[in-house]
Each structure stands twice: as structure tokens, then as C-alpha cells.
Write a protein that binds this ligand. Structure first.
Ligand code: ADP
Ligand code: NI
Length: 210
């Protein structure tokens, strides 16, 4: 099976699966992660075929959902005609990709993994990151801000606790700039990070009636 045919099939399956997503993992997120990852790869290297497959599949087994560890990604790759080596390589990458809090080992061993992880994290910050966070929080019925609820970086994995959209910036989003793997992503993250800081500053000022 030619690589571009495998990619086309995987894209079709993933697109269909995330059509009605309300958790911030919609198709447009997947598509942006793919674009950013391929852009980073142009400067940093890595196998573009593996990178594109891992980007397309990176959220199908999200740790926060029942799909975690379900073998869904491997099944999709098999269905699309990928061989065993490619499947194993991609599955290894996506099992490590997610940010599960500051104490979790999420180090990537391969350049392809580093790049896709960076791309996923870049899409979690900046203007798009702000919108995704508000969207996710609203869907979970959370307040956008409550000064009485303090951020707690140790509780990121407790997804059912009471928290706010603004807390998520302090528990995850503002930490991502310094957790980028590649130099290219570090540069891209800087602009997005500064934008979030400016947003939070203005938000607090308006909250205080200034
Ligand atoms: P990723 O796709 O980067 O692995 P997640 O699966 O953790 O990220 O979450 C997807 C997006 O949903 C995040 O980028 C963020 O915008 C939003 N999100 C996740 N967890 C929370 C949370 N506890 N509060 C607010 N937004 C969240
Ligand atoms: Ni993602």
C-alpha cells in the first residue's frame, strides 16, 4: 500500500470519528497539529510519513476518555493498510504524547514523537489555546473564573474536580512553553505564550473593574 493511500484512509477514518467532538479534539485540532508538525519537521527532520500518521492519530486514545489504551489507533492503522513496524512506531509515539501534569514522565525518545508532541502543545496555547480552553470548560459546565478556586498543578489529572477555565492556564498552558522539545517549537511557543500572558493581565484588570 503506498504511503499517501494509507494517509488518505487514516484521515478519512479519524475525520469521521471526531466529527461530533466537544472535548477540544475536533477535526480542526487534528488538522492544525498535522500542519504544525509537518512545518516543524521541515526544519528539524524526522520521517514525514510517521509524523503525519502520529499527528492524525494522536488523540484517538485520549487518557481522559474510555478510549485510552483501547488499541484503537493500531486498529485504524491496520485497517488503512500500514505494516506492523509503522504501526508499532506510531502507537509508541501517541501513547506518550499527552500532558498529564508536571510529575508525569512524558519524554519522547524519537524525533518524530518530539515534533508531534510540540505541535499538539502549540495548538493548546496562544489565541487558539484560549478559545479551546473556554470551549472545553463551558462544555463541562465550569465557570470561567472564580478567585476562591485556586489553581493546583498537582491536580491536573483529577478531571472531575471543581475548577475554572482561568485555572487551566496556570495548571497547564503557561507551563508548556518551557516543555517544548525542538528549537523551532520553542520559538513558535514564545509568541503564543506572551499573548496568553497579555490576555490574563487584561482579564484581571477588567475583573477588577479597571
Ligand atoms: P491535548 O489535545 O493537547 O492533549 P488535552 O486532551 O489535555 O490536550 O485537552 C485538549 C484541550 O482541551 C486543551 O488544549 C485545553 O484547551 C482543553 N482542556 C483540557 N483540560 C482542560 C481543563 N481541565 N480545563 C479547561 N480546558 C481544558
Ligand atoms: Ni491533541
Amino acid at each position: 500500500m503506498p504511503n499517501n493511500e494509507i494517509l488518505k484512509r487514516v484521515e478519512e477514518i479519524v475525520k469521521k470519528q471526531c466529527e461530533n467532538d466537544s472535548t477540544g479534539h475536533d477535526w480542526t485540532h487534528v488538522d492544525r497539529v498535522r500542519k504544525i508538525a509537518l512545518l516543524i519537521a521541515k526544519k528539524e527532520g524526522g520521517d514525514p510519513f510517521i509524523i503525519e500518521l502520529a499527528a492524525l492519530l494522536h488523540d484517538v486514545e485520549d487518557w481522559k476518555t474510555k478510549d485510552a489504551g483501547s488499541g484503537k489507533a493500531a486498529k485504524i492503522l491496520e485497517q488503512a493498510g500500514a505494516d506492523k513496524d509503522v504501526t508499532n512506531y506510531v502507537v509508541r509515539i501517541i501513547s506518550k504524547i499527552s500532558f498529564k501534569g508536571i510529575d508525569n514522565d512524558d519524554k519522547m525518545g524519537t524525533i518524530e514523537g518530539k515534533i508531534v508532541q510540540d505541535a499538539d502543545r502549540l495548538d493548546a496555547i496562544g489565541a487558539i489555546g484560549i478559545v479551546r480552553t473556554c470551549y472545553y470548560s463551558a462544555n463541562r459546565g465550569r465557570r470561567f473564573y472564580d478567585p476562591a478556586m485556586k489553581p493546583d498543578v498537582k491536580k491536573v489529572k483529577d478531571i472531575n474536580r471543581k475548577t475554572t477555565a482561568i485555572n487551566h492556564f496556570y495548571e497547564k498552558l503557561l507551563l508548556l512553553r518551557d516543555r517544548m522539545n525542538t528549537e523551532t517549537a520553542k520559538k513558535m511557543a514564545e509568541k503564543r505564550h506572551l499573548f496568553m500572558e497579555a490576555f490574563l493581565k487584561q482579564f484581571k484588570e477588567e475583573w477588577d473593574g479597571k
